[in-house]
Design a protein around this ligand. Structure first.
Ligand SMILES: Cc1cc2nc3c(=O)[nH]c(=O)nc-3n(C[C@H](O)[C@H](O)[C@H](O)COP(=O)(O)O)c2cc1C
Length: 206
């Protein structure tokens, strides 16, 4: 693979939100998750944890529980009952109809611990940044397999619910979920902001 090929590969990953019903072989999911663990992490502590949900009844249980929380949040935002119903149904259906749902959690167990809030917070951010690296690597690995995927942030708004429905260990804090499956279509790339910002600093020669 040439550098140009690799750039093309990285630039052609798209968030895919509609999937064929075809199942994804376990061996492919395993390969994707293994590649995800090659992401860099703070102190190399690898604070990411993954839970894989493919079973329809578990997906339905998760979707139903998350829907209750989503509905409550939307109602608090004073959306019309119609809008609430539409958004909640769409979000619930997306989970149920996706072949593979992977929940990414962060686990602080192996990270450094500090007595003060400032460093505690920095360490937690470091752990979530590390977990996010694994998340991106997972999306790229799925892309390499010809699969579609998308990062979904909703577990952040329902951490306790996700933890209890999936019976995750207490130290796992859900951060995100990834929908994975064979894509129905590949959408056009989304525009990127250009990098022509004042990002390069040089010593003043004058
Ligand atoms: C932290 C994060 C949270 C995201 N949350 C969602 C989400 O909840 N639902 C969704 O459909 N896409 C979500 N996305 C996907 C973004 O919308 C998508 O990456 C962005 O629009 C750029 O499109 P692309 O991935 O196709 O290049 C999220 C992405 C990131 C990195």
């Amino acid at each position: 693979m040439t550098p140009t090929d690799l750039h093309t590969f990285l630039r052609t990953r798209r968030s895919i939100r509609r999937f064929k019903a075809d199942p994804v072989p376990d061996s492919v999911i395993e390969r994707i998750l293994t590649t995800a663990t090659y992401a860099p992490s703070a102190h190399h502590r690898q604070p990411w944890r993954f839970a894989i949900v493919t079973d329809l009844s578990v997906k339905t249980k998760l979707a139903d529980a998350m829907a209750v929380e989503f509905k409550r949040d939307l109602e608090a935002d004073a959306l019309s009952p119609d809008d609430v119903e539409k958004k909640v149904t769409r979000s619930r259906d997306r989970i149920i109809s996706t072949p593979v749902v992977i929940i990414l959690s962060v686990d602080m167990t192996d990270m450094d611990s500090y007595p003060d809030r400032r460093r505690k917070k920095a360490e937690f951010i470091m752990a979530t940044q590390s977990a996010a690296n694994a998340g991106l690597q997972l999306l790229l690995a799925a892309h390499a397999e010809g699969l579609g995927s998308v990062w979904v942030c909703s577990p952040l708004f329902a951490q306790k619910t996700v933890q209890s429905v999936l019976d995750l260990p207490k130290s796992w804090e859900p951060q995100a979920m990834y929908f994975i499956g064979y894509p129905v279509e590949i959408p056009q790339p989304r525009e990127r902001k250009d990098i022509s910002l004042p990002y390069k600093y040089e010593e003043n020669q004058s």
